[in-house]
Design a protein around this ligand. Structure first.
Ligand SMILES: NC(=O)c1ccc[n+]([C@@H]2O[C@H](COP(=O)([O-])OP(=O)(O)OC[C@H]3O[C@@H](n4cnc5c(N)ncnc54)[C@H](OP(=O)(O)O)[C@@H]3O)[C@@H](O)[C@H]2O)c1
Length: 338
């Protein structure tokens, strides 16, 4: 099979397409012939050497795929063979074939293309956990979605709109028209101006009940300052560190040094909460994640979960795909097709 290999830490030139022996499904696994694999920001950070959760290099990244079940291992119902599925893969997804636990596979609804199917797991599970499970977002509450034009950002917007929240989102200006059309109430340009006073003005000085922040560093200080009483801040990434080589390491260090430190007494007296999410550390909580997946699939059938694929790149275009995300060109999901 052909696979995408991150051969070392570095720039896009470390990305290669190589051949590997076909995997065989073990007991409890199915073998999926991949039609589309998600490319995530984590894959970019892993290539840059800034993603401690990634496998040792050389490695095949890939947290999610859609495809057709080609065969089933011992103990798996044979009826699943031939079905179109979506799967969460703990790496190895960016390949023509991947063996994955049956428990991490669910049927792809006919209403979704394979490319849209591969855009579901990471973005929507992350957004669900942030907004619903941990963020407890309610109707008429205000939510600030940072990087609203990214994959997680658009997923969060779908969910926040369904809940009936007032939505504020930071994004590059070029993404604002698209975001308005998707239902974002207040897009904020955060690249050419300080977004905090803009948000405060839009909210009559009060701020918001929920912020989700994948930027890290100093941004977490500002996001915390954007909360009104009973406000919650969910932190889930460190995008500000993104860069190859020494530059990335220095940015990560700067982000760590400029992070806020929270005091429980301060949280108590200001009626605020801070929480963190790392979906990649939820593999031991399969039942919980399966429950979230069911809710998301209900959203697909009811039409309020609308995965938006920005662009599909072939495996051979993997370097272009990385550059596309790194240069902030994507609106929504980037997928890879064999
Ligand atoms: N903790 C978790 O479980 C979890 C799960 C999924 C994702 N994440 C994190 O969430 C963040 C977004 O992921 P995603 O998959 O939604 O990414 P994405 O689709 O690639 O979108 C990221 C967006 O972030 C903005 N951005 C900010 N800083 C950037 C930088 N240095 N380089 C490139 N873009 C930058 C860009 O929007 P603008 O053009 O508007 O600036 C970009 O479109 C990442 O930090 C990722 O690691 C965390």
């Amino acid at each position: 099979m052909r696979v995408i290999v991150t051969t070392a830490n570095g720039g896009v030139s470390v990305m290669k397409v190589e051949a590997r022996p076909d995997p065989q499904p073990k007991a409890g696994q199915v073998l999926v012939r991949v039609k589309a694999a998600g490319l995530n920001f984590a894959d970019i950070l892993a290539r840059q050497g800034l993603y401690p959760d990634g496998p040792p290099k050389p490695c095949i990244m890939g947290y999610e795929v859609s495809g057709i079940v080609e065969s089933a291992g011992e103990g798996v119902e044979p009826g699943i063979v031939g079905k179109a599925v979506i799967a969460m893969t703990r790496f190895g997804g960016q390949a023509e074939l991947v063996a994955v636990s049956r428990a991490q596979v669910f049927e792809k609804p006919d209403s979704l293309t394979f490319e849209q199917g591969a855009a579901i797991p990471v973005n929507y599970l992350t957004a669900w956990a942030l907004l619903v499970t941990m963020g407890g977002l309610k109707k008429d509450e205000a939510v600030l979605i940072h990087n609203a034009g990214g994959g997680v950002g658009l997923a969060a917007l779908d969910i926040a709109k369904h809940i009936g929240a007032k939505t504020f989102g930071t994004a590059s200006m070029g993404k604002h028209d698209f975001l308005r059309a998707r239902g974002l109430d207040h897009p904020i340009d955060y690249r050419n101006q300080d977004w905090l006073p803009v948000l405060k003005e839009l909210t009559g000085g009060r701020g918001v009940e929920l912020v989700i922040d994948p930027l890290g560093g100093n941004s977490w200080k500002k996001s915390y300052a954007a909360l009104r009483a009973t406000g919650r801040m969910g932190v889930f990434g460190m995008s500000v560190a993104s860069a190859s080589g020494i530059k990335g390491k220095l940015r990560a260090l700067k982000a760590i040094l400029s992070m806020p430190r929270f005091n429980p007494l301060g949280l108590m007296n200001r009626n605020r909460a801070v929480f963190g999410l790392n979906l990649g550390h939820m593999w031991g909580e399969g039942e919980k994640v399966a429950g979230w997946t069911q809710e998301i699939m209900r959203g697909v059938s009811e039409g309020w979960i609308r995965p938006h694929v920005d662009r599909a790149f072939s495996f051979d275009q993997i370097r272009d795909a990385h550059t596309h995300i790194e240069s902030r060109k994507n609106i929504g999901k980037v997928v890879l097709v064999p």
